[in-house]
Design a protein around this ligand. Structure first.
Ligand code: NIG
Ligand code: FE
Length: 412
C-alpha cells in the first residue's frame, strides 16, 4: 500500500538525521522542505524530498497537497483521558469564586472523579474513554500517554489500566500507560497516607507488572497531596517493578519534586507552573524532559510554565494537554500550541518542536513518531491552504487541519 503526497507547499519538521529531542536555542530551528513530496509505504514514511526529485512510480493513492502543509501529528505526552462522567458542577463553583484547592477540600476534585469511576463499569468506562480518544485523534493527536489515578483502589486502578490496554489494542495510534495511583489520598486512608502508599507498592504495583499494564509511574508531588519523600518512595518502588518515572510536580508549589524526579531519572517532569531558579538548574544537562500544560493554566487561571526562561537557560520543553475532568477538560493540541505561543511567548517553531519531537521523547516514542523521518509512522497532519505554519497558532481556536492520517490512512 503506497500513498504519494505531492506538491506539498511546505513539509514541516523534517529530520533526515533522527534527533531524540531538541533543547535551548535549537528549539528555534524547525527544518522544512518547500514544494515537497512525501511517500508512505505500508503506514511508514518511506521517502520525501523536493518535488524536483519526486519519484515516478506506481502508487495506490496520490494526494495533491497544493497550497497545504504537512506536519507530523501532535504527540500528547500527558493525559488522563480515561475518566468517568465530568465535573461541570465544579466548573460553575469556580466561576462563583471557589479555588481548585477549596473545591478539593470540600470532597470535590480528584476524589469526586474517583467516586464516579469506582461506580462505573469497565465497559462503560471504555465507551466513555474511546469517544475522547477518537475526538483527540480527529484534532491531530497521533500518539498519546494516558494515566490511571482516578481509581484509588486496587480494583478501580486496575480497571482504568485495563481500559487503557483495550484502547491500545483497538486503536492504531501509539498509546503509553502510566500508573498514577498516588494521585490523591482516598477518603478511607485520610489519616493513613503511609498505609495507602504501602497498598500501592505492595498490592497494586505487583499486579500491574504481572499483567504488564503500565510503562510509567507517576505521583502528584504537591503540598497537601504527596511529599518529596513520598515521591522518592513511589519512584523507587515503581522502578523495581520496571516502571519509569514521569511525574506531576510544581503545579501549585515548588517543594523539590523536580530534583527528586531528576535524581530518579524521570523521563519527564510535568506542570512546572511554579519554577524556582534552582529547579531550572536541576534540569540542565539531564535526560529529563520538562513538560508544560498550558491549557491547565488557562482553565484554572494559574501561572503559565516560564517557558522563555527555561528554553533560554538551555532546557528542552515539551507541550501536552493534561486532558482531565478537573483542571483541563480539553484535549486539543492545536489550542495548546497556540496558547504556548500567545501566553508563554514561545515561537511557532519552538511550540511545534515541543508538541512533536519533544512530546514523543516524553513518552519514549521518539523513534516511532514526532518528525518526518524515514522509518517513522506516517502519522501526519495535512493542513488547509495556509501561508505559513505560524498561521496554526496565530489563528487560535480555529481548525487549520484539513485531514489527519494515522499510519498513512486518512481518519474521519
Ligand atoms: O494534572 N494535578 C493533578 N492532576 C490533574 C488534575 C486532577 C483533577 O483535578 O482531576 C492535573 O492537573
Ligand atoms: Fe495531569
Amino acid at each position: 500500500m503506497r500513498t504519494l503526497f505531492k506538491n506539498i507547499k511546505e513539509l514541516v519538521q523534517v529530520r533526515r538525521t533522527p534527533v531524540a529531542f531538541v533543547s535551548g536555542a535549537a528549539m528555534k530551528q524547525l527544518p522544512t522542505i518547500q514544494n515537497a513530496y512525501l511517500l508512505v509505504k505500508n503506514g511508514v514514511i518511506a521517502d520525501f524530498g523536493s518535488m524536483d526529485s519526486c519519484p515516478r512510480i506506481d502508487v495506490d493513492t496520490i494526494v495533491d497537497a497544493s497550497g497545504k502543509m504537512i506536519l507530523p501529528s501532535w504527540c500528547d505526552s500527558h493525559t488522563h483521558i480515561v475518566y468517568a462522567g465530568n465535573r461541570e458542577g465544579e466548573f460553575v463553583d469556580r466561576i462563583n469564586g471557589l479555588s481548585y484547592e477549596e473545591i478539593a477540600n470540600r470532597g470535590g476534585g480528584i476524589l469526586n472523579s474517583a467516586k464516579k469511576l469506582q461506580e462505573t463499569s469497565e465497559e462503560e468506562l471504555y465507551q466513555q474513554s474511546k469517544v475522547r480518544l477518537e475526538e483527540v485523534m480527529r484534532l491531530g493527536t497521533g500518539a498519546v500517554e494516558i494515566k490511571s489515578g482516578y481509581g484509588l483502589t486496587l480494583d478501580a486502578e486496575i480497571k482504568m489500566l485495563r481500559v487503557i490496554k483495550r484502547l491500545k489494542e483497538n486503536y492504531s495510534i501509539p498509546i503509553k500507560a502510566t500508573f498514577l495511583g498516588a494521585h490523591a489520598v482516598p477518603a478511607n486512608y485520610k489519616n493513613n497516607k503511609q498505609g495507602y502508599l504501602q497498598l500501592l507498592i505492595d498490592k497494586i504495583m505487583p499486579k500491574i507488572s504481572e499483567e504488564k499494564l503500565a510503562e510509567y509511574v507517576d505521583i502528584f508531588c504537591e503540598t497537601g497531596y504527596f511529599s518529596v519523600e513520598d515521591t522518592e518512595l513511589i519512584l523507587k518502588a515503581g522502578q523495581q517493578h520496571g516502571l519509569i518515572p514521569k511525574i506531576h510536580v510544581n503545579q501549585f508549589t515548588a517543594i523539590g519534586g523536580v530534583q527528586a524526579g531528576v535524581k530518579h531519572n524521570a523521563l519527564s517532569v510535568d506542570h512546572l507552573e511554579e519554577m524556582r531558579d534552582q529547579d531550572i538548574v536541576a534540569l540542565q544537562n539531564t535526560t529529563t524532559m520538562p513538560v508544560a500544560l498550558p491549557s491547565c493554566s488557562y482553565f484554572l487561571s494559574i501561572p503559565y510554565t516560564p517557558a522563555r526562561k527555561m528554553i533560554d537557560a538551555g532546557l528542552p520543553l515539551a507541550l501536552a494537554t493534561d486532558y482531565n475532568p478537573g483542571s483541563t477538560p480539553s484535549g486539543n493540541m492545536n489550542f495548546v500550541v497556540a496558547t504556548a505561543c500567545i501566553k508563554m511567548k514561545m515561537t511557532p517553531e519552538e511550540a511545534i518542536n515541543a508538541a512533536t519531537i519533544n512530546g514523543a521523547y516524553a513518552m519514549g516514542l521518539e523513534k516511532e513518531v514526532g518528525s518526518i523521518t524515514v522509518g517513522k509512522q506516517a502519522n501526519l497532519l495535512l493542513t488547509k491552504p495556509i501561508n505559513s505554519y505560524g498561521f496554526i497558532p496565530y489563528s487560535f481556536g480555529q481548525n487549520q487541519l484539513d485531514k489527519v492520517y494515522l499510519k498513512g490512512i486518512e481518519i474521519n
